[in-house]
Design a protein around this ligand. Structure first.
Ligand SMILES: *[C@@H]1O[C@H](CO)[C@@H](O)[C@H](O)[C@H]1NC(C)=O
Ligand SMILES: *[C@@H]1O[C@H](CO)[C@@H](O)[C@H](O)[C@H]1NC(C)=O
Ligand SMILES: *[C@@H]1O[C@H](CO)[C@@H](O)[C@H](O)[C@H]1NC(C)=O
Ligand SMILES: *[C@@H]1O[C@H](CO)[C@@H](O)[C@H](O)[C@H]1NC(C)=O
Length: 317
């Protein structure tokens, strides 16, 4: 009797487990593999035509995916002192000052300019033909994330403070602190203003599709803040939601008003809406057991970037 109840319970548990696996979307996985000895695609941006992804990699380049027949090709770079001979494929972090270390990317869809944050060189911009990017603002601790609001052209970015300070790599496991900031670069005045201080850690912000607010991850304290850029609460912020793991980059989803939050160590993609409702949880560990940096949706697929891989993961239904 007891055994049969156990069996029934077991069966029900298995039924639900399998059910949740099978009803889960994004069950097909592919890799967009980087060139030999190139690694750490921490971002995956698409241009106005949906072409890409464009990725930042550890050897200082921004590469563009041109489809499976061609693979990744050179698109842009950040440091005027970079040479292909010295830098292509390098894993030597000490060369960062010469080769550059682009971290995050976002297109202005009106002008097709690509804005880039670099761990050493600050904020840069490059036109749609790529090549050497132009520095527009510098002097940051570590710019970790970026989002361009294409209507006004304003660029929102996070300075992670000391938390991820790569220039401090002599101090492993840099201690968490609260010196992170949300910044805004206005391309008309070329000025940067500080919108929020005292953020705990990096990650990347995302502007809502109605342009009313910016979501800002707090990596260390596992929170997401909402900063209002329009409306009655303009200039104020509130805790939008707390997450089980550390939120890294946040990106707008294909549906208006929704976002994808990359939860780093749990390796999850969370689709949330403007009421902080989690509409979908995608366990990326199905195919990748890594720290995820970004989950970017394009044409129904999720493009997953990470500091720990030599490819971009693509999850498709
Ligand atoms: C997305 O779709 C557009 C339009 O069909 C296409 O031009 C683009 O290459 C696609 N992008 C990706 C990454 O599949
Ligand atoms: C490039 O190299 C020159 C000469 O060594 C140096 O003065 C300059 O600061 C370097 N530029 C950058 C952006 O590192
Ligand atoms: C978020 O989703 C919930 C559940 O579907 C819905 O009730 C709520 O209205 C949505 N919020 C927004 C801002 O769309
Ligand atoms: C990325 O990986 C490198 C090499 O392992 C490490 O030094 C760096 O701190 C990592 N960056 C982030 C943002 O995790």
């Amino acid at each position: 009797m007891k055994t049969s109840i156990l069996l029934v319970v077991n069966f029900i548990v298995w039924f639900f487990l399998l059910g949740s696996v099978f009803s889960n979307d994004y069950t097909t996985f592919n890799k967009l593999v980087l060139p030999p000895s190139v690694s750490s695609p921490q971002s995956a941006a698409f241009d106005r035509a949906g072409e890409g992804p464009y990725v930042t990699v550890a050897d200082g380049r921004i590469l563009k995916w041109k489809g499976p027949a061609v693979g990744f090709v050179d698109f842009a770079y950040t440091s005027p002192n970079r040479t292909k001979e010295l830098c292509d494929g390098t894993q030597d972090l000490k060369l960062g000052l010469i080769c550059g270390r682009p971290v995050a990317l976002s297109f202005n869809y009106k002008t097709s300019d690509l804005y880039i944050t670099d761990a050493f060189l600050g904020l840069l911009v490059v036109g749609f033909n790529g090549g050497l990017a132009t520095q527009v603002s510098s002097g940051y601790s570590y710019l970790s994330g970026i989002d361009v609001e294409s209507y006004t052209g304003n660029v929102y970015m996070t300075d992670a403070g000391l938390t991820y300070n790569m220039r401090n790599s002599a101090k492993p496991g840099n201690t968490p602190d609260s010196t992170g900031r949300l910044l805004k670069f206005d391309p008309r005045t070329q000025r940067v203003t500080v919108l929020l201080n005292g953020l705990a850690g990096g990650g990347g912000p995302a502007v809502s599709s109605d342009r009313k607010y910016v979501l800002v991850p707090e990596y260390v304290t596992k929170k997401i803040q909402r900063y209002w850029v329009q409306g009655p609460n303009k200039g104020t912020n509130e805790v939008f939601m707390t997450t089980i793991g550390s939120p890294n980059n946040i990106k707008r989803a294909a549906n208006d008003g929704e976002f994808w939050v990359a939860v780093e160590k749990q390796a999850q993609g969370l689709r949330v809406n403007g009421s902080a409702m989690v509409l979908q949880t995608v366990p990326l560990t199905q195919f990748l057991d890594i720290n995820v940096a970004v989950v970017q949706e394009m044409n129904g697929s999720l493009f997953v970037g990470s500091n720990d891989t030599d490819f971009v993961g693509v999850y498709t239904n």
